[in-house]
Design a protein around this ligand. Structure first.
Ligand code: GRG
Length: 305
């Protein structure tokens, strides 16, 4: 199977699992009524309308290093995607990035309204942890607890939410000097990197691997997260909106400091190659078993959407 076929297969498996998890929410429990249809439709719009499912791919492929089947990793993969989809729905809100197009479709607030988009995001965030708490995520409760703790940290104040707050603060709060490169690298490692790092690390948690293997996957994920962000910034400058599936040239129009605006396009490309190689080097302990994850690093640095 080629890398593209593998990515596509895990995308379809994840979507089937997400569909089942969301479908389960529509089953009326005797004493509760069914949840409001408008909210369910918005959650479906946020979750099932496209997306590469790259984070689920990392969960499934990192778990495969330790002999886990796709099915054994799929609840964790779906939980991470729920957190990612929530973050996109909230990031697109007028109070945050104010975007109208995502995954070539109207953003959730545009298709519904702001309060529905906020609640759809809240529901997805909580569904992620409900999913990880169920024995189908892993038969061992200690493993489930480690997954919950890891995802909570990656998504929360020491991860994605903290990074988002630093990013918005850098743009909107009064300051004496524009952000320096080190500050942008730090906020991006939280905003984009933490969830990608957790996705790679999740395989080691699911596989109850030793600390060295877990650290190697963390290092891989951190380098991959940075590559992902540089590629995203380059797409904002050089990409075409129809292919990328969202508005481009937004950063420059907003006068926003990004890795690309601070380094320049050529240096950003060189840095992208360097971190791609760092990601690949981190996988050395896994030898040829890591071939698909190596290809994932190449995919990230050459992506066009
Ligand atoms: C609202 C707490 C909160 C956080 C938002 C994820 C995020 C933080 C903001 C998104 C802004 C952005 C464009 C970040 C760059 C990297 C990124 C996360 C891109 C989107 O992820 P992809 O390319 O999207 O994996 P798909 O649609 O393929 O799932």
């Amino acid at each position: 199977m080629t890398f593209a076929q593998r990515l596509d297969r895990i995308r379809r498996l994840t979507e089937t699992r997400l569909d089942a998890l969301l479908g389960a929410k529509t089953e009326p429990v005797e004493e509760d009524g069914p949840p409001p249809q408008r909210l369910l439709d918005a959650i479906g719009h946020a979750t099932l309308g496209g997306g590469k499912r790259f984070r689920p791919f990392l969960v499934v492929e990192s778990a495969a290093l330790f002999g886990l089947s796709e099915n054994e990793a799929l609840d964790t993969a779906a939980a991470v995607e729920c957190v990612h989809c929530y973050s996109l729905a909230h990031d697109d809100l007028p109070a945050m990035d104010n975007d109208e197009t995502r995954r070539s479709q109207p953003t959730v607030w545009k298709a519904f309204d702001e309060w529905t988009a906020i609640l759809a995001g809240d529901a997805l965030l909580t569904l992620a942890f409900e999913t990880l708490s169920a024995p189908t995520a892993h038969p061992d409760a200690d493993v489930r607890l480690a997954l919950i703790a890891g995802l909570a940290r990656a998504a929360g104040i020491h991860g994605m939410v903290g990074g988002q707050a630093l990013d918005l603060g850098a743009e909107r709060l009064p300051r004496t000097a524009p952000p320096a490169l080190a500050e942008i690298l730090h906020l991006q490692s939280l905003k984009t990197g933490a969830l990608i790092t957790f996705s790679a690390e999740a395989g080691a948690i699911l596989g109850q691997a030793d600390a060295d293997a877990r650290r190697a996957l963390q290092d891989y994920g951190a380098a991959l997260g940075l590559a992902f962000q540089i590629a995203d910034d380059l797409l904002d400058v050089e990409g075409d909106a129809a292919t990328v599936g969202k508005a481009v040239s937004k950063d420059e129009a907003a006068g926003k400091a990004t890795l690309v605006s601070l380094m320049g396009i050529d240096a950003a490309r060189t840095e992208l190659k360097r971190v791609e190689q760092a990601a690949i080097d981190a996988l050395a302990p896994f030898g040829t078993k890591a071939e698909t994850l190596i290809e994932a690093a190449r995919f990230v640095s050459s992506r066009n959407r």
